[in-house]
Design a protein around this ligand. Sequence first.
Ligand SMILES: Cc1ncc(COP(=O)(O)O)c(C=O)c1O
Length: 407
Amino acid sequence: MARLWPVPLPNAAQPAPISLRHSLPQPTPTNIWLSPPHLAGGEMAALQATLESGWVAPAGPVPAAFETAIAEATGFPHVVAVASGTAALHLAYRCLDLQPGDEVWTTTLTFVASIAPAVQMGARPRFLDVSPESWTLDPNLLAEALAKAGRAGKLPRAVVPVDLYGQCAELDTIRAICDRWGVAVLSDSAGGMGALHHGRHAGRGAQLAAFSFNGNKIITAGGGGALASEDAGLIARARHLATQAKEPGPHYQHETTGFSYGLSSVLAAVGLAQLPALESRVQARRALFEGYRRGLAGLPGLRFMPEPAWARSSRWLTALLVNPAEFGADRETIRHALAQAGIESRPVWKPLHLQPVFRGAGLLGGKGRSSVAADLFEHGLCLPSGSALSASDQARIIGIIRHCHPG
Ligand SMILES: Cc1ncc(COP(=O)(O)O)c(C=O)c1O
């Protein structure tokens, strides 16, 4: 039988799919990706051991061990591993008993998955702007808007702060504000693995926190997610719902409907092999960020994503702002120049209140204030940030950006 592994890789940072290769679209000329998977080395052995054990289903010792490892890495006592970050968020909304017509408030500067499951459940999404200090949910706007909603008797079912590009939301302050009104906090920490706020891991302090282990994350299972909490009951309910809400008994008995959201043992094995590398991946990404900062020093009109004193960002993605008047070229000029050289970069997230699907939703609070998130979208660019990016590739990226400056 033909050997499936090892196969030649297009480059170390972009492992090729194995047997499906022939059915995939033609490879693009891109040779440096934004955040490709970075294999830790132990994945093959973990996969082999898992396959040999026969435990390949979304149950058994491997997902359980992955949950324990996530609990250790994050400090959450209760964790359920699931098929994706989006699945974790969907389960969280079910655990919070979200009902059609309920409001869910989140930051506008996020990926659509933060709110999509809530919308699919019939909730009304409302969006808040971000703070220029952290680019995450602005607690002052939240306090103002919740007070107004509380007085009107129209409080949301949940507030969903989001960790942005490895930068934690200001969760302790947000939780204190929400506690005042009895509103639950669900942290979308999909991009938060390894990030800290006030010395605690991303998501800690929220009633529920969702993590993602998809292919572009700092730690990947090749696809997967987790829901974590201090509350054993919430995670027990999430686990029940994630496995078709089966009641105990010899036959299938259901008092509600659930999902098939369990994480395959095969993927859990990959995640388990990856997790011990978390801190070294954070250090590598932080070093890349500093490399960009040093390499682009002296150019006018470039400003990097800030890191507040209370946070330790994982720098999952290095993001910077381009002021075209000062730099002499705009963000898109840089993005196109990089793309022409086969280098992927990406604008900062388009705010959800500007997305066609949420047309008319607008921003809560901050009357008369221009949107910080809209400004970040207009000028912000995420640069290749994979933890295996070589010094020579980073130097090439820096050289291209420098070349865009007409001075
Ligand atoms: C902020 C945010 N929320 C949710 C998700 C969804 O995670 P997943 O892709 O694992 O479903 C992502 C994934 O990229 C994300 O960045």
